[in-house]
Write a protein that binds this ligand. Structure first.
Ligand code: TXA
Ligand code: MG
Length: 323
């Protein structure tokens, strides 16, 4: 089935009303968030949510995150709610943090992939937040990419991946963080970060006054955060940060190189300079990989980024993106 995907503007109030009407009618609409674009559908309508899986080609047992317009509505989706959830919500919502909580009984298993837990977050993108609050909507929304591909950080990238498969995209410009939210499991102790993101385990621990384990301290990951994921179509390989192991020049084929500092002068390379601070690197990563992917190069080489807690989310995504 091919739909005409409408491009709606986050600046235009009639476009936003239309987006709300489409969502209420059970359609799938891609929305900007502060992390990446999400593919939203009314979380209280199982058929609408099922349409997300169809559009993405995502297996039905991969749970979705429900996005809410305010903290108080978490009681409609999760129970019981520990005090720590409110402490973290007060510190980091609206923002790039997803809390895993026990799901409320009435929540459709289509949303949670059949699990008895649910992921909730209040996003910090002002237009989306306003849409959810004004229309009393809760939307289930995974990243708005075909299954296993790069997450989109612009409306253009959403259309590239899902055009013809969804009703509309709200264009809210480039995403602020560029990497998906931090997922924190509050359903058992010790609390754990299951997916690294913009908010670190240290920041969460500081608010709670107890240790929240970081992903490298345990081996559990969220279902669906599979080994190969976030992949460009072009083969992606990591090279040493100082470019000392860069493969020899190729007579015909060009490769793309995402590097730091000065670019090597070589005719067979298209060089893209990456920011050297972790937040700006994360913001640019999917976008630059998507750009490199569309150059028609034979390979993408990426200079190994620095390590340390601030870079964890970047390394997590890169581990799954290399082929
Ligand atoms: O920043 C984000 O989190 C973006 C934006 C759109 O909000 N969303 C996002 O959704 O990254 P998605 O579906 O691409 O990734 C969510 C991850 C999946 O790996 C899913 O398995 C996991 O969260 N997840 C969701 N609900 C869960 C649950 N109840 N238990 C365990 N993992 C869950
Ligand atoms: Mg995703």
């Amino acid at each position: 089935m091919s739909l005409k995907t409408q491009l709606l503007s986050a600046q235009c109030s009639t476009d936003l009303t239309q987006a709300a009407e489409l969502l209420k009618a059970g359609e799938q609409v891609a929305v900007p968030t502060e992390t990446v674009y999400g593919l939203a559908a009314d979380a209280s309508n199982p058929d609408a949510v099922a349409g997300i899986f169809t559009a993405k080609g995502r297996p039905a047992n991969h749970p979705l995150i429900v996005h809410l317009g305010d903290v108080t509505s978490i009681t409609e989706w999760a129970t019981p709610i520990p005090d720590e959830a409110y402490k973290l919500a007060n510190a980091f919502w609206p923002g790039p943090m997803t809390l895993l909580l026990p799901r409320a009984e009435h929540v459709s298993p289509v949303v949670t992939g059949g699990l008895d837990t649910i992921g909730l977050r209040v996003p910090a993108q002002p237009v989306l937040l306003d849409l959810l609050a004004t229309h009393q909507l809760a939307v289930a929304a995974p990243s708005a990419n075909p299954y296993k591909k790069l997450s989109p950080t612009t409306a253009e990238q959403v259309v590239h991946g899902l055009g013809g498969k969804i009703a509309a995209v709200i264009d809210g410009g480039p995403c602020q963080h560029g990497l998906e939210s931090t997922i924190v499991d509050l359903t058992k102790r010790p609390f754990r970060v299951l997916r690294a993101g913009p908010i670190t385990a240290s920041e969460l621990s500081a608010v709670l006054g107890e240790t929240v384990e970081a992903p490298e301290q345990h081996d559990s990951v969220v279902p669906g955060n599979v080994g190969s994921h976030y992949q460009p179509n072009t083969r992606l390989q990591m090279v040493a940060a100082d470019l000392s192991d860069l493969p020899a020049p190729h007579p015909e084929k060009r490769a793309a190189l995402l590097h730091f500092g000065e670019a090597p002068t070589r005719d067979d390379l298209v060089c893209i300079t990456m920011p050297n601070d972790a937040a700006r690197y994360g913001q640019a990563l999917y976008h630059q990989l998507a750009q490199a992917d569309q150059l028609g190069v034979s390979e993408i080489w990426l200079a190994q980024p620095p390590h340390g807690e601030a870079w964890l989310a970047v390394h997590d995504r890169l581990r799954r993106a290399v082929s």
